[in-house]
Design a protein around this ligand. Structure first.
Ligand SMILES: NC(=O)c1ccc[n+]([C@@H]2O[C@H](COP(=O)([O-])OP(=O)(O)OC[C@H]3O[C@@H](n4cnc5c(N)ncnc54)[C@H](O)[C@@H]3O)[C@@H](O)[C@H]2O)c1
Ligand SMILES: C[N+](C)(C)CCCC=O
Length: 525
């Protein structure tokens, strides 16, 4: 079935199609079952509509991870298309920035409402393109509309400061937008990343041109259509498809006021270099190899659950995952027994089924890379307690999918490759420790600094450890929860700038100071 037919059946396009919702929901579930969707509609969006690729050369296949089938072709945008999108965004920006925060908020709230109404259909397309379980994708879409609601709330509150100066003079500050912001996304949270970047950008009065990962081009354009339906000016949120070349064109574009990037450290360094040439602001949300520290006085069941949440969401392809699990020696046997039991019980398979808890990795190369890390860990002395193999589901249509059984590695040391490098697959490395001072030193012995976690019942220890860990987030007695009110971002090579939370307003706006003299000028000349 074509994508157009699928969205028509699912009601992704028009609100009228959503009634009666029950029947359509059933139809959409049938229409979007794994292995049935084919996407033929254009995936670029600017000027308030989908735009066909200008050239059909350099097409790259996009795969459905659960089946290995080709889902669509990706036609990378060239310089003329990037320029059209940027011009379109600039035109929209000039209208949007003049609207009151209250008005922008109203439009954004409508976009949030539409996303909430269509959450199931968007989630299903996300699953088909990304491979994660529908249970997780639904959470991702919920976080997305919550983010738009949250920043709609903040759009109403943007204000400056009044500063009294001597002699009746005064100054005031105005928080102004930056202009056209570029967003470049990773493959692991395609819709959520597009929202996480655009919601604060739009709230502050900016426009955005967004480039999704070439592996997950499908859902960003749906966000563009929803923003349009909600009432943003045509061009306010544009989508250009492509990989490194298209991303480079965006970063160098003279109209780009800022680049907000989510992806790997090597690409992040290139983005920063390119942005520096045009003195553009940058937010970098990069990779990690985060420590999770489990003390012997923890509540063990919660610690085990936390370790699973820290390692196996989205098939382990999560930037902030706590993949270096340090366990205090005294409780290592109980921890391993329980964590292995629960890991073996994870239901791997068709990501569109409600009972599935782990779907397919994003691509064959990503699967091979994760499996290779497991082989190398074994060669370096690690012991596989479970998983670490390709997984072939019994359903014949999933035979070509990129599945892997989730893996727990014991006998790990800090100098092993699996402990030092970001794997981006479902592989947990477990290491013993003796003392608090020792584990903090080892936890910080990395160039990354995205997240961290500690499980203990000792409240003083928990805060002491949080204070001493070099990371942008520290979870105490939980892991990988991410309410939109909470700032998120890295220390060290994991990047800088923040997403989510109030502080992100600072990264999408600039402050103008207006100085008002009420007397005569006292000239020195
Ligand atoms: N900190 C965070 O919030 C966060 C969130 C998700 C993923 N990540 C990180 O992302 C990585 C995985 O995602 P990925 O494989 O998609 O990352 P990636 O760096 O390969 O690609 C990310 C994006 O950058 C684009 N790109 C690649 N080269 C470019 C260039 N030269 N110029 C401009 N754009 C370019 C890609 O097309 C893609 O859209 C992991 O390291 C993960 O930790 C970080
Ligand atoms: C929503 N999580 C689980 C906190 C992940 C944020 C994005 C990182 O890849």
């Amino acid at each position: 079935m074509s994508y157009s037919a699928c969205v028509e059946a699912s009601g992704i396009r028009g609100p009228s199609l959503l009634v009666p919702s029950f029947r359509l929901l059933r139809r959409s579930q049938e229409a979007t079952s794994t292995g049935t969707v084919e996407i033929t509609d254009p995936l670029n969006y600017w000027g308030g509509q989908r735009v066909k690729p200008r050239r059909e050369k350099n097409a790259e296949p996009v795969f459905e991870p659960a089946t290995g089938r080709v889902l669509c072709q990706l036609f990378p945008c060239g310089s003329e298309e990037v320029d059209e999108a940027m011009q379109s965004a600039q035109t929209a920006y000039l209208k949007w920035r003049k609207m009151a925060g209250m008005e922008r908020a109203r439009v954004m709230l409508e976009a949030a409402r539409i996303i909430r109404e269509r959450r199931e259909n968007i989630a299903r397309l996300e699953v088909i393109n990304n491979g994660k379980s529908v249970t997780e994708a639904l959470v991702d879409i919920d976080v997305a509309w919550q983010s738009i609601e949250y920043y709609a709330g903040l759009a109403r509150t943007l204000s400056g400061q009044h500063v009294q100066l001597p002699g009746g003079a005064f100054a005031y500050t105005i928080r102004e937008p930056l202009g056209v912001c570029v967003g470049i996304g990773a493959f692991n949270y395609p819709f959520q990343i597009a929202v996480t970047k655009s919601a604060p950008a739009l709230a502050c009065g900016n426009a955005m041109v967004f480039k999704p990962s070439p592996m997950t081009p499908v859902t960003a354009v749906i966000l563009a259509e929803i923003y349009k339906e909600a009432g943003v000016p045509d061009g306010l949120f544009c989508v250009v498809q492509g990989g490194a070349e298209t991303g480079t064109l965006l970063c160098h574009h003279p109209m780009a006021a800022k680049v907000s990037f989510t992806g790997s450290v090597p690409t992040g360094k290139k983005i920063m270099e390119m942005s520096a040439k045009g003195v553009k602001q940058v937010t970098l949300e990069l990779g990690g190899k985060s420590p999770l520290i489990i003390f012997k006085d923890c509540e063990l069941e919660n610690a085990v659950k936390g370790a699973l949440m820290a390692n196996f969401l989205t098939q382990g392809q999560v930037c902030c995952n706590g993949t270096r699990v340090f366990v205090q020696k005294e409780i290592m046997p109980q921890f391993l027994e329980e964590v292995v039991k629960r890991t073996k019980a994870i239901a791997v398979g068709d990501p569109l089924l409600d009972g599935t808890r782990m779907g397919a990795l994003i691509s064959k190369p990503q699967l091979d890379k994760a499996l290779q890390y497991v082989s190398q860990a074994k060669a370096e002395g690690g012991k596989v307690l479970c998983g670490g193999d390709p997984f072939v589901p019994s359903d014949p249509k999933l035979k070509g999918g990129y599945f892997m059984s989730p893996c727990v590695l014991d006998n790990c040391r800090d100098d092993m490759t699996c402990v030092k490098e970001e794997i981006f697959g479902p592989v947990m490395s477990v290491m013993p420790f003796d003392t608090e001072e020792e584990v903090i030193r080892r936890a910080n012995n990395t160039t990354y600094g995205l997240a961290s976690g500690v499980f203990t019942r000792d409240i003083s220890r928990a805060h002491r450890v949080a204070e001493n860990l070099e990371a942008g987030t520290c979870y105490i007695n939980n892991y990988n929860i991410s309410p939109v009110e909470m700032p998120f971002g890295g220390y060290k090579n994991s990047g800088f700038g923040r997403e989510n939370g109030q502080v992100t307003i600072e990264y999408y706006s600039q402050l103008k100071t207006v100085v008002v003299e009420m007397g005569n000028v006292e000239s020195l000349f």
